[in-house]
Structure formats: structure tokens, C-alpha cells
Design a binder for this molecule. Sequence first.
Ligand code: FES
Length: 149
Amino acid sequence: MQYSDKVMEHFMNPRNVGEIDNPSGVGEVGNAKCGDIMKIYLDIDENQIIKDVKFKTFGCGSAIASSSMATELIKGKSIKEALELTNKAVAEALDGLPPVKMHCSVLAEQAIKSALLDYAKKNNLEIDELKDLEIDDDHHHDEISCHEE
Ligand code: FES
């Protein structure tokens, strides 16, 4: 399998690894097929700007590179901008992922959305973009689809 230099670089040298104490929102998603798990922590200020973001990913190299890139892409952005981040944008920023690895970038998009949903719930906010969000947060369950493209 051929990986771009950017994927390799973010895999070898991931940005924003870790946890945030008292996070504004936390999201955890998993993929049942590969068993990989991604957790995202957000620190959001009163102006709804993402001041800090950290991740922990128990997963393949593409999932680690996707989390690293996704956190870089939303850091310092508004929650509205973060909601617009798609897995395709993450993959493009990494100069592409092999087709069988696209689902790894889906994990990054979903983990961020799930963390934003957690933030919204904690603050009694309604976020229209998250109304129809379907997240496979029960990754120990057998029937979860893999979201492969
Ligand atoms: Fe599962 Fe990459 S193979 S996230």
C-alpha cells in the first residue's frame, strides 16, 4: 500500500496527542470491523472557539495520521467551522489515503462531531448540524457498519 509523505509524517510525528483536563467536550468513536478507537478532547472558549484539541487513538497508522491532521485543521477555529470538516477534507490535507483506508478518516470526522455534541449537551445548546448525527459510539457491538467508502 502506498502512503503519502504527509500520512507517514503525521503518523511518525503526530500533533496534539494527549488529553485535556476538564474538557469542554469529549468524543469517542470506534470502528467495529478493525476495532480501532479514537478519542478527541476539546477546549472551547466562551466565543465558541476551539482553543485546544487533543486526541488519543488506538488504531492504525492512517487513523493516527487522520486524527493528527484533523486536530490541526480545527485548532483555533469556531465550532461552526469544525462542523464543516469532512473526512474527505482530512484525507485531502494528507495528500490522500488509499481507498481501503478512507474509513480511518471517517473516524476522525465522527470523533470531532461527537465531541462537539458532548459540548452542546453540556451547555444546553442546539446545534442544527448535529441533529441527524449518527455515531457508532458502541464499538463493542457486533452490528456496527464500517463506513467504508
Ligand atoms: Fe481501522 Fe484504520 S484500519 S481506523
